[in-house]
Design a protein around this ligand. Structure first.
Ligand code: ADP
Ligand code: ZN
Length: 743
């Protein structure tokens, strides 16, 4: 018998090993194998009767992978099984094969992405502690103890033992003394594995299922009986989460398990405790903010079947639940589901594929579905569409006012940060003791620092993008690579001392707001104010506890937050996200942002109001978002996409070439362009510098590929750019199928 083994550290190959007589190896198990004179851990991905390895003069490509063994004829044998319980089910291995083919990456790379870092080979182990327990009643015939030892024994009985460190501290003794007692047979001293749980120490009151509204009942009925994925299109506050939870409960009753994906940013303690309250210890949370130990333990709890409901961001799509019955993707439109490093998979799409493969139910939920999903549901009939148009709590969607900022100041005067109507609305909320959310799609104090005379800005010497001014430490920072410098006093280009800040970011808004409404207590939330591990949660908790009147922030506050006392949402510079010229999804993203942020208003019993400040009031993304007309927007935008042959009508891939030598990068990109043009059924954009031309001293060129199927594009990529040749000492080639970020 032979095993095909993937070794984590060797991304582009699979290896064949012989299974020794008497060893029983199962697919998915972690094994130790000899590899280049040392033992390495690998995962068994197939077991076969005969060796798939056929020594030939040239290596043979099978399924886009190289089969190779160390010896040219006789293959080496597996050394030992590392863990009896498999790490991957056959279903997951099948899913990963699909993923590797679809996204044109090596299988082992796909497999790595399915394992949280702390679970990978030997990174973190189980946490073991010594536990002390008294033996009571004592058997006869034990050696006699000294008076002091006897006293200690009685004390241990009184406190009923505990962790050794704890016992030592409490009773003022030492591990050596305790071990002597153990040796004498009076107590036990044993190493035990303890589970590190992200929920430990939190008091969570159990919650009961709510009485569903008419809309929720109909949605749940459809979900339970659908024969294909369900697109749950529910306005913000329509109670999608309650529907998810009742669908999960039903799935658990049927003896199957559930996974719910949420955008990383909305995986707040609020979400987690809502699930823990309903499902208790069967909930596992996989979250990058957990400690390595916690992530390790949660993952193994799922693998052992102790946790049957998994809540987590995109990588949780691979969670090793044993019997998947339900897969949920909340806020399915969120671009955070796209992995930003290789393999660049979309967790939403992988979720649909996994659910289909494992015959599980699948829900994609959103108030602003992606145009891909919308078309799959409405035009292609691949998904069942369910709408929830009313808010569950009975409240109305807030009224949205769009303010044209051209009118915010008299002609010739600079545009203020706040328009007069927004200031009035804020003042009014402060008087009534209600809360306000202010949203700005930009952190920092001012986006750029510009010379009044020659209009030059300071750009990052490494990345060639404009640097952002941060008032707190008086620095200019590059938001791509983090490089910083002091703002110059004179323009580096023309030498005149008229350098000025331009535009505004969250810090400047905070200062301006403080000047206008000094009584307002403000919490600012952006990547700068939340770099500490828990500060995101702490800031939200403080706002919930009404310790502040205004929550001011970036994308971070756009999603999922449910604050009943917020009755006003102000969106500053709503068109800013429209200005990203290279992103064909700019309008879609702007619509989503406005609708999502607006959805934070009026979620309690108090009615909500939204004020949108913009220079482009008639743009359809802004106009229709203000009227909550998703369907009209989708229809309009889909027509534009169809005319331009863009997704979701065509598949799009982005191939990026990066290297330190600009000429080499350009040469390689142009050579690949010629080869792609020879492939049939592919539209190829000319090789050109990426919008982000230079990043951390790497020059970047790009080719976009448009085709009818991802399969066709991936095949062309495999042909033009063989996987094992994509990374050399001087060049990195990155293939991104269904590209979302085109920078
Ligand atoms: P969504 O995820 O669709 O934006 P949520 O699930 O957060 O909406 O629900 C919005 C609010 O409505 C929450 O405060 C929730 O507790 C409440 N809610 C949901 N379902 C019901 C129901 N059936 N009855 C009463 N309140 C509900
Ligand atoms: Zn930079």
């Amino acid at each position: 018998m032979f095993a095909q083994v993937a070794i984590e550290q060797v991304p582009n190959m699979l290896f064949t090993y012989a299974i020794p007589e008497g060893m029983e190896v199962r697919v998915g198990q972690r094994v130790s194998v000899p590899w280049q004179r040392i033992y390495r851990l690998g995962y068994v991905i197939a077991v076969t009767e005969t060796s798939p390895y056929q020594p030939k003069p040239k290596q043979q490509a099978v399924q886009g992978e190289l089969f190779q063994s160390q010896a040219s004829v006789a293959v080496k044998a597996i050394h030992e099984i590392d863990d009896e319980l498999p790490y991957f089910s056959e279903a997951i291995i099948k899913l990963l094969r699909w993923l590797a083919d679809y996204y044109s990456v090596g299988f082992t790379l796909a497999l790595r992405s399915a394992l949280p870092a702390p679970v990978r080979a030997g990174r973190v182990g189980d946490k073991a502690v010594f536990m002390v327990a008294p033996i009571s009643p004592l058997p006869t015939g034990l050696p006699a103890l000294s008076a002091r030892q006897l006293n200690l024994y009685n004390e241990i009985v009184r406190i009923d033992g505990g962790k050794m460190v704890q016992v030592c501290k409490e009773l003022g003794t030492t591990p050596a003394t305790l071990r002597k007692l153990a040796k004498a047979g009076y107590i036990t001293c044993e190493q035990m594995v303890v589970t590190r749980s992200p929920l430990k120490g939190k008091v969570i009151l159990p919650s009961k299922p709510l009485q569903l509204t008419v809309g929720q009942t109909a949605a749940l009925e459809t979900i339970l009986h659908a024969d294909r994925p369900v697109l749950l299109f529910g306005v913000t506050g329509s109670g999608k989460t309650e529907v998810y939870m009742q669908a999960i409960a039903k799935t658990l009753e049927e003896g199957r398990d559930a996974i719910m994906l949420v955008p990383e940013i909305s995986l707040t303690p609020q979400t987690v405790s809502r699930f823990a309250a309903r499902f208790g210890k069967t909930v596992a949370v996989l979250h990058s903010a957990l400690s390595d130990g916690e992530r390790h333990d949660e993952w193994h709890r799922i693998r052992r079947g102790e946790a049957r409901v998994v809540v987590g961001p995109r990588s949780a799509v691979f969670a090793p639940v044993r019997n998947l019955g339900l897969m949920i993707v909340d806020e399915e439109h969120d671009s955070g589901y796209k992995q930003d490093e290789s393999p660049r998979y979309s967790a939403r799409d992988v979720a649909v594929v996994r659910a289909t493969m494992e015959k599980a139910r699948c829900i994609l939920g959103s108030a602003t579905p992606s145009l891909e999903s919308w078309r799959n549901a409405v035009t292609l009939g691949k998904y069942t569409l369910v709408k929830m148009t009313e808010r569950a709590g009975g409240g109305r969607l807030p009224d949205v006012t769009v303010l044209d900022m051209h009118d915010a100041a008299p002609p010739g005067q600079p545009t203020p940060i706040f328009s007069p109507p927004l200031i009035d609305a804020m003042r009014n909320r402060l008087e009534r003791g209600e809360q306000i959310i202010l949203f700005l799609n930009r952190r920092g104090y001012a986006p750029t620092y510009q010379c009044d005379a020659c209009k030059e800005s300071v750009v990052c010497p490494k990345c060639n993008v404009k640097m952002t001014y941060h008032v707190k430490d008086d620095t200019l920072r590059c938001h791509l690579c983090g490089t910083w410098q002091r703002p110059p006093t004179r323009c580096p280009v023309c030498g005149l001392p008229v350098f000025n800040r331009l535009g505004f970011g969250t810090q400047r808004v905070e200062t301006a707001l403080h000047a206008i409404l000094p009584q307002a207590r403000i919490i600012r939330m952006d990547a700068d104010s939340t770099s500490r591990r828990h500060s995101h949660d702490e800031l939200l908790a403080a706002f919930r506890a009404k310790e502040a009147d205004v929550l001011l922030g970036t994308q971070m506050i756009a999603k999922g937050l449910d604050f009943p006392n917020v009755t006003l949402v102000g969106i500053l510079a709503a068109d800013r996200s429209l200005d990203i010229t290279y992103d064909f999804r700019a309008a879609e993203r702007t619509f989503q942002l406005i609708a999502q942020v607006s959805g934070r208003a009026g979620r309690g019993t108090l009615p909500g109001e939204v004020v949108v400040q913009t220079f482009q009031p008639s743009h359809s993304a802004i106009r229709l978002a203000a009227k909550w007309e998703y369907e009209a927007f989708a229809a309009e935008e889909l027509e534009l996409r169809a005319d331009a042959d863009l997704p979701p009508f065509k598949k799009l891939a982005c191939v990026t070439f990066a290297g330190k030598d600009m000429d080499e990068v350009a040469r390689e990109a142009r050579a690949a362009e010629r080869k792609f043009k020879a492939c049939r059924g592919l539209a190829v954009t000319p090789a050109m510098p990426a919008p982000l031309e230079k990043k951390e001293e790497w020059w970047r060129w790009q080719i976009l590929l448009h085709g009818d199927s991802a399969k066709g594009i991936a095949a062309a990529c495999d042909h033009v750019l063989p996987k094992e040749a994509r990374i050399t000492d001087t060049l990195r080639i990155l293939v991104d199928i269904d590209a979302v970020f085109l920078a």
